[in-house]
Design a protein around this ligand. Structure first.
Ligand SMILES: [Zn+2]
Length: 341
């Protein structure tokens, strides 16, 4: 006969730990608490066989054990119900032997990667990144840049016009105008961002990305311009990149130039990428035109400056070996995943 309340309770607790579901818990409850033949009921009935002096104490211990067992059963019942309902919600029971799911980790778009690199190169060179609106006024996009109304250079830039006399900026130069109008020299700034022109083929997109640098101070020279372009191209492409300048015309600079870099693919001996010339066209540059300085309120007699601009998309195409600019804007994951960070 069993009257040891302490032993019943401790055996119950170790069995409780092994119950894995509601049915097992129900069985356990019956084994201990069933009126007919539960261990506690049997023990209580056995009290009558004890000497009268021992009965009250043993009875009290058994009642405490019963309370404890009922409390533990209720707690366990609640745990199992919570667990079972979450399993029902997720369908099949959790199978811990299944292989894990691969996490897809995002990455910056190849153009964004190149843009970040360009920005960090300019920061190293001491330039400040400036931004401006993409919807611009005629004044900031054309007039202040020495392209008054009727100027033939306006036709080269197939402009998108919006209602109310505004336009989508055709270059990032309006940011230079805005920066010069709000600050005094010395200025070393870079404008980087989207520009828009009505043009679309294998090497043109109606939306593309430009980066422009501007330096204004006393006694800034053409040699400073050439040195800056070389330092920039050597950091972005490779340290042995050579540059060359060819005379050219842009209304907002005088003198103006286009600049090329040596072809990295053939090291100058000629290949299809450089059209057998050994050189690749990169962008435009020049000394800021006095008319631009006057438009923003600077005195062209005391300050001089240089500006240059090139396409981020073009840099990306060369660096990543892409031959169609439109691939950059189609957002095809099979293409984008080829350029991990
Ligand atoms: Zn080449």
């Amino acid at each position: 006969m069993e009257t040891d309340a302490e032993q019943i309770r401790s055996e119950f607790e170790s069995e409780l730990l092994r119950t894995a579901n509601s049915q097992a818990l129900k069985d356990l409850r019956n084994r201990y608490l069933s009126r007919k033949n539960g261990r506690l009921s049997l023990a209580l009935r056995g009290l009558s066989k004890l000497p009268a002096a021992k009965r009250p104490h043993a009875g009290q211990a058994l009642n405490q054990a019963r309370q404890r067992i009922e409390t533990l059963l209720a707690e366990r019942q609640q745990d199992l119900e919570t667990h079972e309902s979450s399993q029902q919600q997720s369908g099949d029971p959790l199978d811990l032997t299944l292989p894990g799911r691969r996490l897809l980790i995002g990455q910056a778009h190849p153009l964004t990667q190149v843009r970040h690199q360009v920005e960090s190169v300019f920061r190293e060179l001491g330039y400040r990144i400036e931004t401006g609106p993409e919807i611009e006024t005629d004044f900031h996009n054309f007039e202040a840049l020495n392209m008054p109304e009727g100027h033939p250079a306006r036709d080269l830039q197939d402009t998108f016009f919006t209602e109310g006399g505004y336009l989508l900026r055709t270059h990032t130069s309006p940011v230079q105008v805005r920066t010069m109008m709000s600050r005094k020299p010395p200025i070393r700034m870079v404008a980087i961002g989207r520009v828009f022109r009505r043009d679309s083929d294998i090497s043109h997109s109606p939306m593309f990305h430009q980066v422009e640098g501007l330096a204004v101070d006393e006694r800034v020279t053409f040699a400073d311009l050439k040195g800056t372009i070389a330092a920039f191209c050597q950091r972005v492409f490779s340290p042995d990149t050579k540059i060359r300048l060819r005379p050219s015309y842009f209304p907002f600079v005088e003198p103006g130039a286009e600049f090329d870099i040596s072809c990295a693919l053939c090291s100058g001996s000629g290949c299809p990428t450089c059209k057998r010339s050994g050189w690749i066209e990169m962008g435009g540059a020049g000394m800021v035109h006095p008319a631009v300085f006057r438009a923003v309120g600077y005195d062209p007699g005391t300050v001089s400056g240089f500006a240059f601009g090139l396409g981020i998309d073009r840099i990306a195409m060369l660096k990543l070996g892409i031959n169609d600019i439109r691939l950059l804007f189609e957002n095809d994951l099979r293409f984008l995943r080829q350029f991990p960070q």
